[in-house]
Design a binder for this molecule. Structure first.
Ligand code: ADP
Length: 485
């Protein structure tokens, strides 16, 4: 077959419920394919509500024992899981590239990034303690303790098949919560490989289960089952809205990491070479398929032509191809729908007066490969200004003043990431404070790491992942009032 692993047991074609490898009740499966070749990699069980209910019940049974362990014991398990991820990084990266398409070097980078959340929350779990508060009465004392929220559910996307899982499971398990996960249909093998390693690391049966199959049926059960106390979702704003609605009747806690429409602003005092490098990293990483990808690039009038030229020169050096090949910098898009979206954004922009500086069409390699593209003379009337392209296309807008660009940057329902390049300290503070987003990259195009809080404002979501704030999303605050003192 196309996948040669050092440890073939990492590739599973079954789901993982209550510590056991299982098929769907119906025996039905769905195919998982390699986007670079269109070839089938394998099958996964097509599960639904019944299997999900069993996983939730098993998590509930396992909860008492897991929350009863000391934070240090849970920390040890997470640390072993982290170590196993790194020890198996080559195989995990092979699996990811096969099902997701990103270049092998990026896949390996993601495995390290994904593992870092397990390491970080292994450490944070030991420090996630409570508080004492000076009492208003001389005869009482006030203590605040932190408790695990309970059985958690997670629904994750295909663009970061490992990291979006560990960023949720890490803090959940560290806080003492079990978790039931539904990974994306396109990338289940990465999720199940993580389950293999979790079991080897000593995660008890039921504490982490992975269910594959129908998003509607599994999602319906995860959001309506009263045992589930919290849902953490990463994906589109549209599905996030739906899940939030479905969680309303049982008042679940929610963490939502939804869509973005990141502005990337290049001021005339910027270091242009650095700005180009940042734009490349932010725009084209994972073929433009990240929720923090620069989606709208605003360039100040005086440096517009120079920036455009340098960006095109850099894009011209890309190597598009199968992610397993040496030197490839851009793999295929995830599916044909993704290609159609990029095409529709380009067609709409060009019809309204934008110029294609490089790329602009499907790649000669076929499948879902797309040419890295740069558009100039893009305006607020075009689709790309409003919607996330989620592909390798950089639209260049022109602006004159700081006020003008801040208004344009904030003219969106989204507020996840934003970026800008400037060397002026006053401007840096004004713009950083003026941007309506949860994260701001200043003179950098890469902002994600395990120690910093990742998350959005406005319709980009709720809650923060990673950092010392990330574990709070999996804890309840309990207030103890001790009287009669
Ligand atoms: P994307 O456009 O990145 O695929 P989605 O929001 O559609 O974003 O998908 C993210 C995750 O949400 C995936 O795991 C997908 O299966 C899941 N999903 C999609 N629709 C639903 C739904 N109606 N209920 C529950 N999960 C869903």
């Amino acid at each position: 077959s196309q996948l040669i692993l050092k440890d073939p047991s990492l590739l599973r074609q079954q789901a993982f419920i209550n510590g056991e490898w299982v098929d769907a009740d119906s025996g039905a499966t769905f195919d998982v394919t390699n986007p670079a070749t269109g070839e089938k990699i394998g099958v996964m069980p097509q599960m639904g509500a019944a299997e999900t209910r069993r996983a939730i019940a098993a998590a509930n049974d396992a909860w008492r024992q897991w929350r009863g362990k000391t934070a240090k014991e849970r920390s040890g398990v997470l640390r072993r899981w982290h170590d196993l991820m790194l020890a198996n990084a080559d195989d995990l990266a092979q699996i990811m590239t096969a099902e997701q398409g990103k270049p092998l070097s990026e896949a390996k980078g993601e495995i390290g990034y994904a593992a870092s959340f397990l390491e970080w929350f292994a450490e944070e779990g030991k420090r996630a303690g409570g508080d004492t508060i000076p009492s208003p009465s001389p005869t009482s004392r006030i203590v605040v303790i932190k408790e695990p929220i309970g059985v958690c559910a997670a629904i994750t996307p295909w663009n970061f098949p490992s990291a979006m899982i560990t960023r949720k499971v890490g803090p959940a398990l560290a806080a003492g919560c079990p978790m039931v996960l539904k990974p994306a249909e396109a990338t289940p093998f990465s999720a199940l490989a993580l389950a293999v390693l979790a079991q080897r690391a000593g995660v008890p049966a039921g504490v982490f289960s992975v269910i594959t199959g129908s998003p509607q049926a599994i999602g319906g059960e995860l959001t309506s089952n009263p045992i589930v106390r919290k849902l953490s979702f990463t994906g589109s704003t549209q599905v996030g809205r739906l899940l939030m609605q479905q969680c309303a009747p049982t008042i679940k806690k929610l963490s939502l990491e939804l869509g973005g429409n990141a502005p990337f602003i290049v001021f005339d005092d910027a270091d242009l070479d650095a700005a180009v490098e940042g734009a490349i990293a932010s725009k084209y990483r994972n073929a433009g398929q990240t929720c923090v990808c620069a989606n709208r690039i605003y360039v100040q009038d005086g440096v517009y032509e120079a920036f455009a030229q340098k960006l095109v020169a850099a894009v011209d050096r890309f190597k598009v191809g199968d992610g397993r090949q040496e030197g490839v910098t851009q793999g295929p898009l995830i599916d044909h729908k993704a290609v159609q979206k990029v095409e529709s954004h380009i067609a709409d922009a060009v019809a309204k007066g934008a110029r294609v500086l490089i790329g602009g069409k499907r790649h000669a390699l076929g499948q879902t490969f797309f040419e890295p593209t740069v558009l100039a003379d893009v305006t607020a009337e075009m689709l790309v200004a409003k919607e996330e392209t989620f592909g390798p296309m950089a639209p260049l807008f022109r602006f004159r003043t700081d006020e003008e660009v801040l208004a344009m940057a904030n003219d969106t329902e989204y507020g996840l990431a934003s970026y800008f390049y400037s060397r002026d300290i006053g401007r840096i503070w004004r713009v950083a404070e003026g941007l309506e987003s949860g994260m701001v990259g200043i003179n950098t195009g890469l902002i994600s790491n395990e120690v910093a809080p990742f998350g959005g404002v406005k319709q980009s979501g709720l809650g923060r992942e990673g950092s010392r704030y990330g574990i709070e999303d999996y804890q309840e605050v309990k207030y103890l009032c001790m009287g009669g003192i």
